[in-house]
Design a protein around this ligand. Structure first.
Ligand code: G6P
Ligand code: ZN
Length: 541
């Protein structure tokens, strides 16, 4: 039993993307791959000597083995303490909560979020800061730089820790606290939301279907919905986390959560449907016959959050990612609070929350959350909706109808074109960027381009800038489309086309029909078919 120093050499391509380093599982299982990155991560944050780290993940294939490697390396690098979820499980928001409330020095979260799991699927790792949020680009860049020069890593060689037993143990000199992954999180939710009111609504007959997609939120949703709130057993479906997510693609959107969608669009739909993703930070909300787009969900929460006890003082401000619809902007205006726009990636919200500028954030990519943690939070969004329903006595369709009648409706959809050859996707973007200056005044069907640019963000808190965050083309009258390449995929390129138009009169159109001319204009202006050979998307949200 000793600390070993293992010689290694830099491995190409260990650059963290939108949310940490994501690769195929087998890549992570390759010689030194995980070890190199973990050592670079520890070095990149200035070492872990004497520090306390939270460690856990979403339970996907390799989660357990990788956790043991990280613990062994933390011990060998002199960490004082590791706080680990039982069986190496922690949802991303629960990890963020522990990192914050236990005043640790940060945490290592193992997840590829909503990407499929299994030996042939995806794995991922990211570092979260002491504030509980994903490391900013300055830190991920430092980690990446370190991966290029690494020549050795340190690892404790000895028996692995038994992660099934809650309690305190040791690995070398490092203390290991194995904690219940659910308990502290449930306490937090109980402080933020009116559990008695939600429990009454359930007792009065509201039926809920929570689809955990065989991923991490099963135990959390069961403890809260079927436990604390008294919903019947079976409310949570696909509730046991499995290493391959039971073959499901744990991304809560209408395409991948189709079982839930079928149920909610069917004749005997329950009153409330919801789903969360692989690591528990995303959410989808569906009422009977009524899918709520994430951008609308954010706007509804902004307009109603004050009914929940944790938000009764009102919101400090709100933030959304640039491709998210402007529905929340209209609510912020009515409430007289600030609304910030950031690039895609939850990490950009951290500074705004830490600086006390915003308390609610959201993204079109099914992420909603608040400053209770520094990650988006799927179960939180579900409880917020249930609290709003309990407080107003209204159903999901009624809430949506009234919201649109008051604020107007931002028709919105995202079209994803997946697994495009990288060169083709890059060529489309380069071509589009090249013609931005000449687009103003360009007419496409009934639409005239008012402005076109490549979004650049200036962080109002630390003054940092992030360029090339997505091309946006805005038409006269306010309709727009945005194009960017996903930063979370693991094979080829995913082109995301975000479509939006504001309507204040006709509020009950089908979104794809309402957006028809914007879709046609986007295809024409980006020369989508010429570049990619594609005419229709793989995923529509
Ligand atoms: C993750 C991030 C989000 C981001 C989403 C989509 O869930 O945490 O902040 O919006 O991925 O990112 P992408 O780069 O794939 O569009
Ligand atoms: Zn996720």
């Amino acid at each position: 039993m000793s600390i070993a120093t293992i010689a290694t050499a830099p491995i190409d391509g260990q650059k963290p993307g939108t949310s940490g380093l994501r690769k195929k599982c087998k890549v992570f299982m390759g010689a030194h791959y995980l070890e190199n990155f973990v050592q670079a991560m520890f070095d990149g944050i200035g070492g872990v000597e004497g520090k306390t780290l939270v460690v856990g993940g979403d339970g996907r294939f390799h989660n357990d083995v990788a956790t043991q490697t990280i613990l062994a390396m933390a011990a060998a690098n002199g960490a004082a303490r590791a706080i680990v979820g039982q069986n190496a499980l922690l949802s991303t928001p629960a990890a963020s909560n522990l990192i914050r409330t236990l005043e640790t020095d940060g945490g290592v979260i193992l997840s590829a979020s909503h990407n499929p799991g299994g030996v042939d699927e995806d794995f991922g790792i990211k570092f979260n800061m002491p504030n509980g949020g994903p490391a900013p680009e300055s830190v991920t860049n430092a980690i990446f730089e370190r991966t290029k020069t690494l020549s050795q890593y340190r690892i404790w060689q000895g028996a692995p820790v038994d992660l099934s037993a809650i309690g305190v143990t040791k690995l070398g000199e490092m203390q290991v606290n194995i904690v219940d992954p659910v308990e502290a999180y449930v306490d937090l939710m109980q402080r933020l939301f009116d559990f008695p009111a939600i429990a009454d609504m359930i007792k009065d007959g509201l039926k809920i279907r929570f689809d955990a997609m065989c991923a991490i939120t099963g135990p959390y949703a069961r403890a809260i919905l079927e436990g604390a709130l008294g919903a019947p057993d079976g409310t949570v479906v696909h509730g046991t986390p499995l290493p391959d997510f039971g073959g499901m693609h744990p991304d809560p959107n209408p395409t991948w959560a189709h079982e839930l969608m079928d149920e909610m669009m069917g004749e005997n739909a329950p009153g409330f449907g919801c789903a969360s993703d692989g690591d528990g930070d995303r959410n989808m909300i569906v009422g009977p016959g009524c899918y709520v787009s994430p951008s609308d969900s954010l706007a509804v929460i902004a307009a109603n959050a004050h009914v929940a006890p944790g938000y009764s003082d009102g919101l400090k401000g709100v933030a959304r990612s640039m491709p998210t619809s402007a529905a929340v902007d209209r609510v912020a205006e009515a409430l007289g609070i600030d609304c910030y726009e950031t690039p895609t990636g939850w990490k950009f919200f951290g500074n705004l929350m830490d600086d006390g500028r915003v308390s609610l954030c959201g993204e079109e990519s099914f992420g909603t959350g608040s400053d209770h943690v520094r990650e988006k939070d799927g179960v939180w969004a579900v409880l917020m909706w249930l609290n709003i329903m309990a407080a107003t006595g209204k159903s999901v369709p009624e809430i949506m109808e009234e919201h649109w009648a008051r604020f107007g409706r931002n028709y919105y959809s995202r079209h994803d074109f997946e697994a495009i050859e990288t060169e083709k996707a890059d060529a489309l973007m380069a071509d589009l960027r090249g013609k931005l200056d000449s687009l103003k005044g360009h007419v496409e069907g009934p639409l005239t381009v008012a402005e076109a640019d490549d979004y650049e963000y200036l962080d109002p808190v630390d003054g940092s800038t992030s360029a090339q965050q997505g091309v946006r083309v805005v038409f006269e009258g306010g309709a727009r489309f945005v194009v960017r390449l996903s930063g979370t995929g693991t094979s080829g390129a995913t082109l995301r086309l975000y479509l939006e138009s504001l309507e204040t009169e006709k509020l009950d159109l089908e979104p794809q029909a309402a957006l028809m001319s914007v879709i046609a204009a986007a295809h024409a202006i980006t020369c989508l078919e010429q570049h990619t050979g594609r005419t229709s998307p793989d995923v529509i949200t």
